[in-house]
Design a protein around this ligand. Sequence first.
Ligand SMILES: [Zn+2]
Length: 480
Amino acid sequence: MWKRISLFLLFAILLLAGVLVFNTIRFKGPSAANDTQGISKSPETALEHFRQALRYQTISHGDSSRFDTAAFRGFQRFLRSSYPRVHSVMTVDVVREYTLIYTWRGTQADLKPVVLMAHQDVVPIEEATRTMWTVDPFGGVVKDGYIWGRGTTDDKINLISIFESAEKLLESGFVPKRTIYFVFGHDEEIGGRGAQAAAAWLKAHNVHADLVLDEGGVITQDKIPGLTKPVALLGTSEKGYLSVELRVEKAGGHSSMPDKETALDILSRALVHLREHPFEGKFTQPMTDFVNAVGPQMPFFQRMIFANTWLFESMLIGIYEKSGPGNAMVRTTMVPTIIQAGMKDNVVPMVATATVNLRLLPGDASVDVIKRLNEIVNDERVSITPLPGLVAEASEVTATTSTGYQLVAGNVLKALPGVTPSPFLMIGATDSRFMSEVSDGIVKFSPMVDPIGFHGIDERVSTESFDTSIWFFSQLIKDL
Ligand SMILES: [Zn+2]
């Protein structure tokens, strides 16, 4: 009897090992095109234009009264004078006063158009950090092989790369087959009303694009454990955004004779409950697509795990959730960001409120998430309401089989030798989230290698990355 059981067990283990190894060997990613060429260096004038672009302080302030019209007008004048061919061939429409829509007419009206996006605005420099910068953040400084300054990586590199590519292509007499639109928003960092208006404009002009390409993932050499070859992270979806207010009202009174429970106690307990009950970790479509794309590049043991997610998914989630960025990929996250109650040391506050910020995985709708929050808190005295204007659902997931994704991934394989394209889930928000009715091929990708200081101190990108970026856009536009 025991012999039969152990024989059966042995057989089962061998079978499982066989399945795991079979899946691992069969696990293949996209292969590189044969006709790849090296990236050519861009002309000095391109770098000079980039430096000039960085000197315009096109800052998006939270307080809209601080909007610097002169900076934006100056920046747009600079674009007109630096790229004369673009401005003589393309038509330019303006929405919300500063958001620019360029139309580059293609020769084949039967081909669906393409939209390339970037934004003109940058985030401010926090006053307390100004002295921590190595260089003047608006100086357009080139030093140690890097281009330094606010907006280099986010997102003037994309904007300038698109202009440089287009100007050069026009110079060589190139005419696109597809009609190409450029959309350059002016307030991406504070909600993207410009991009929203541009989406409405495109819709009104019956634009159904095969591809909308906006800023997003980058080319990373070493950020993915186990991978030694560079990966181009092509965002196929972005997480949703939700801020809710928790509010408790309870008669206060004097702190010398406190009640057993105060508004502040009730609120604190609710927050602790929330933190102790995170949303379930799971693999969404972009995560599964990511695993399928990078897995084949992994060393054997990791490849085996990635090739057999049917067995190892929960183990992978366990690994991912250990770090903040990894956790954000596999779960709807929540964190309290503001707490308010009380105004005097000897008065028990009657009202206590807290703001909790959540980032929603694709598939986790805000209404369901709020319902779940109520279940976790499980206390009628705590009201939970979404804050007006601070709700955005996660974007639709772009299929890796869509023309849009294939165009970008194909161009990565062709234009960037040795780089593996991979879908991934964007944690941050971009202007392209407004384009869901314009295209089902939305891809979020910035073709630069491991930039530094995104939204922070000493933001910079290598001059090589700038060459790569221009090269990528030129090759993409040529092949559209
Ligand atoms: Zn950006």
